[in-house]
Design a protein around this ligand. Structure first.
Ligand code: NAD
Length: 309
């Protein structure tokens, strides 16, 4: 295979972006980790005399993500020293640096309009040959690149990692209508042989394969089982280790994924469906809306269905 992925850029340093960067570092692929520029100084930054234009502040989101990687359990990195493979940055100062890489993966908030804006910006600095993918959980790959050039579309596809990327074997590859077969082959080969993933090539249907099925079961649980008086602990006892799924009990998974992200995934599904009966299943349950409003969005804020102690 001629084309090789030797360097990468991950855009978005949240739950998934940071862990994908860590997994790349684990296999010796240097990568840029870019996020947005923070709008305000923290108290700590003020006390250090930093300014909004200080590099440390501008790169804060990615820098903090790398620090978190070293503390997270189970560890996203095979070894803490591997974090040196990840270079933090921000999209205002460093987006041009994607010219140095072979593959750019977009891992920002699950929102079509925001992803489209970012891809438009990426295309402005993109060069022929650089593969660009999205880690979307279920937004249409074709819709994301509407308005982009034919050449860009030929190099674009979905690469959907599962959480946590170090441990989850599954990876869905979702070609767009115009993705070149050669690009699909390169990513398939790289993800299987270099990243150790089990690749399934999915169609560009809402939420692809695994999340379509997974989200359905989560909605049944949230909409029906809690209403029937079952507790979070009882449901997790029946959906986790006791049935051979050591890390995937229902509510533990929701806390890990992030309730805000899950609401985006559910809304995406709800908007795409036309059958009223099917739509009902994917309506975001009231309990989730209330929890997100309160900021109880899971492990990233320390409080979801479970409280971090
Ligand atoms: P997150 O909320 O933890 O992180 C999103 C990050 O993107 C944040 O750091 C935010 O600052 C950054 N961001 C937002 N807009 C940006 C922009 N315009 N430019 C640069 N950075 C920007 O979200 P997440 O859970 O990591 O999810 C990211 C993507 O991965 C989503 O598409 C999501 O559906 C998908 N995904 C999530 C999971 C999961 O379990 N959380 C699993 C598989 C796929």
């Amino acid at each position: 295979m001629e084309r090789q992925i030797r360097r990468a850029a991950v855009i978005g340093s949240g739950v998934m972006g940071a862990s994908i960067a860590a997994h790349l570092a684990n296999v010796g692929i240097p990568c840029l980790l870019l996020d947005m520029v923070p709008e305000q100084l923290t108290e700590d930054e003020k006390s250090k005399g930093l300014h909004l234009d200080s590099k440390e502040v501008r790169n804060r989101l990615a820098i903090n993500a790398i620090k978190r990687l070293k503390k997270t359990k189970p560890a996203p990195l095979y070894d803490e020293d591997l974090a040196s493979f990840i270079t933090p940055g921000n999209i205002e100062d460093d987006l041009e640096r994607i010219k140095e890489v072979d593959w750019v993966v977009e891992v920002i908030v699950e929102n079509l309009a925001i992803k489209r804006q970012l891809l438009e910006r990426i295309e402005k600095v993109w060069e022929q040959g650089i593969i660009v993918s999205s880690n979307t959980s279920g937004i249409s790959i074709n819709a994301m690149v509407e308005g982009r050039s034919a050449a860009f579309k030929e190099h674009f596809l979905g690469t959907h990692f599962f959480n946590p990327p170090r441990y989850m074997k599954l990876l869905e590859i979702i070609p767009g209508k115009q993705t070149r077969p050669e690009i699909i082959d390169v990513m398939n080969h790289f993800c299987e042989k270099k990243l150790g993933k089990g690749v399934v090539v999915a169609k560009d249907t809402p939420n692809f394969i695994a999340n379509r099925i997974g989200a359905y079961s989560l909605h049944i649980t949230l909409n029906e089982m809690l209403d029937k008086g079952y507790t979070v602990e009882e449901i997790d006892a029946c959906t986790g280790p006791a049935i051979g799924r050591p890390k995937s009990a229902t509510f533990r998974t929701l806390d890990l994924v992030g309730l805000d992200t899950f609401v985006h995934i559910a809304n995406n599904m709800y908007e795409k469906l036309t059958d009223e009966e099917e739509k009902k299943v994917f309506k975001v349950p009231e309990i989730l809306r209330k929890m997100v409003e309160k900021g109880w969005i899971g492990e990233k804020t320390g409080q979801g269905f479970y409280k971090k102690v």
